[in-house]
Design a protein. Sequence first.
Lengths: 244, 247
Amino acid sequence: MATDRLIDIFALMAQHEREDPHGMSLCEVAAEITELSGAGIAITSSGENMTRLCTSNRLAGVLMNLEITVGEGPGTDASNSGLAVDEQNLDLSENSRWVIYAPRALAAGAQAVFGFPVRIGAVRFGSLSLFRDEPGPLSELQSSDAYLMASVIARAVLAMQAGALRGGLSGELEGQSNFDFSVHQAAGMVAVQGSMTVKDALVMLRAHAFATNKDLSTLAASVVSRRTHFDQGVGTWTEEKVGP
Amino acid sequence: MARESLLIATLVELADNLVDNYDVIDVLTVLSDRCVETIDVDAAGVMLASPGGELQFVASSSESMRVLELFQIQADEGPCVDCYRSGEAIVNYDLTEHDDRWPLFTPRALAQGFRAVHSLPMRLRGRTIGALNLFRTHQGPLGVDDVAAAQGLADVATIAILQHQSSLDSRALNEQLSNALNSRIIIEQAKGMISQATNCDMDEAFGRLRAHARNHNEGLTGVATRIVEGKLATNEVDFPLPPKLTK
């Protein structure tokens, strides 16, 4: 059930993709849909190192560099804890959890910062950070949009890690359900079949769906019913013939 | 036990569960189980709305694929979707009366042997956050008492979502909903791992997760997370005790 808001997000993504097929528009879309001053997306690689995926503007870029340099901030906390982070007034946070980050972020022009985990189940991809040049909380709509955006980003990052092109992300994600239980079960199964992490299994599944021009749900259902499996010995997928 | 006694026992059990640092999926699964025991229905489950308004399955009295499928379809259409959108209960909906209200859902539900469905809204201060879904294999209306009992259980489910949040702030609610839905994904990932590693089906895998959580006084989500992160080996997950012999 693609809700109206999800349709808005995909329409905005498609518009950016048409204007710049090689660009990374997710941060612009996040900032525009939430009507905030800026947005940044960081990817967590192995060893919990953060790298920048994209930032929506100069301020977001400065804050992202700062956070990566000093190793603390809303994205770091959201990614590590798996929980949303809310700092509505950096100026008042004398006892801030971020001793180095907070004064520098203020000096750069941010008054309020928010962090959201980008994840699929127990698999952590990174974080979405949002900033505003005025203090205050997120509105109800901004809050639900931020969570929705974080779930879209998780699927976009997965698709890109599986080889999807930046210019076609909105098309890839549209029509896909965020919660198809067979996809998550299949990821767990393939992780065991290939002795790999569930994150790698998700990427492998997505990539195999692309390569064989299958729908991810169809492939996942085939894995769950044990008709398709990942053969670790030869590093390839095997498909059983159905029926006698 | 008489129905009233069962209901009271259920409410006491749930109140007991809601005190500590409880696991939302665990509590909602218990609630779904008790629905089947106390109300004249054959399967029950809870769907929650994501902060973006998409309905997603979180807990059920049965983890069998045939029942999960009926919740999966309801990401798009079905009694829960209608109930969630309108905020109104759907009671005693007879699936055998042919109509095209739910062209995907109805034939699948009938094929699984269900004849009637009910869906009760989970409402909180004017905001509908999900729906409790009840399935029956036989026809005939659910009594007024049954409906009242079911709505009471749906209200308890709503309280469970708030998970020791003193404020009913909409942003805090978004966080709880988002975490509950993500917990369910973690559980599915762990079920897949257990199922593959020990060659069992998905409901057995869920039974083992639940048994392990109970035996070690851990949350379901915590156990599942440790499995997915490789901190708990699938062969170390407990098995449920054999069912008690009852008279």
